[in-house]
Design a protein around this ligand. Sequence first.
Ligand code: ZN
Length: 458
Amino acid sequence: MTTEHVGLLIANADLVVTMDDDRREIPGGWVAVNDGFVVGVGGPGEEPAAHDVVAANGCVVTPGLVNTHHHMYQNLTRSFAPALSGNLFHWLRTLYPVWSRLDEEAAYVSAWIGLCELALGGCTTTTDHLYVHPRNSGDLISAEIRAATELGFRFHPTRGSMSLSQKDGGLPPDSVVQSDDEILADSERLVGLHHDPRPGAMTRVALAPCSPFSVTPDLMRETAVLAERLDVRLHTHLAEDADEDSFCLETFGCRPIEHFEEVGWASDRAWVAHCIFPDETEIGKLSQWGTGIAHCPSSNQLIGAGLAPVRELRDAGIPVGIGCDGSASTDCASLWLETRGALLLARLRGGADAMMAREALEMATLGGAACLGRDDIGSLSVGKAGDLVVWPVNGVAFAGALTDPVEALLRCGPVVAKHTVVRGQLLVKDGVLTHPGVDEMLGRHRGIAREWLDAATA
Ligand code: ZN
């Protein structure tokens, strides 16, 4: 540590949970961040001088949480009542026409509000899977990236796509699908424009055909080839619903994960959302391939189709991250809540020894980083990205929780981040978003959501 002042010092935490290689947990600890990277982590009495000092008394400090699956535009149709009953396919068929109104303004505003919501829930890096690209809707991914850049959020947008419409045996209507060529050309354009492969990158782009029932096998194949050539990651939904099994058996003559392999996606370049229905052999294959899984606890519960076998996936050595999934199926986008949900669901499925809070937190940090192919986020040690969360573990909700602050963090609550720091900048300070434009943006969001609803019910 030099004698010069560092930019930001988070000091005097009840506990700093580093998630580093030794899983150090430091009572009375501190974290120093300079120029966007962690420059020191330590215990009482070793703190460096800093320009900004944030006291973390009564708080636990963790690495920023990583969100591995989301559809932020869906917050414009949050808890959309007509889609609440019925299965996943019914839910999608009800919402596709409403989403066909998506344009650049709606993508920008929904991402802006979505990122604010994530910051309050302790997330510092998020993906987004935007797969609805209506005709003449403009550059929706660049609009989302503009929102993330303005707010200072670490962002992994994925260029989602749908190319198999109802007339070709798929699920979505014609109005929201594009041709394979159009999708591939736009994917390459977006990677060229925005993807930053360097350590500490704030924006990385992945390629993300939506699901087996909304894209052609050719698009899956060509996307995998393109991702290899551009050296970017691959993302899709996989094994999310029993109907998907029947669809794949009827259409491709095999199960979803076999189809995934057949179209050239079986590798550690890919991470997939949900994976609720792999059988034992398929879990073995996923492990062999190193394919990551985005586990979305609330979405699994709300859609009601089933629960991902997270214990089995983790035991097989598969990278598992946490995702909140879209804001029309997980209407509350809090990574804290999802991490807690992962803990509870694992214990519901496997018994009380099936998971402890530290493992759930590991999934939400290191697991997420592994899904995104990054080793510079998800832990706090010198040289890692300066992304962290200061969680309050005091007050009424934590009264009496004296034995283990990490267990308390996920079992007490509900908890909103006290401070959320990305690249050394406070996005949330004292539980409040630091960007001044939130009220104005909420007004724009309300206007668009109302317009969509009026059009849907006209
Ligand atoms: Zn999803």
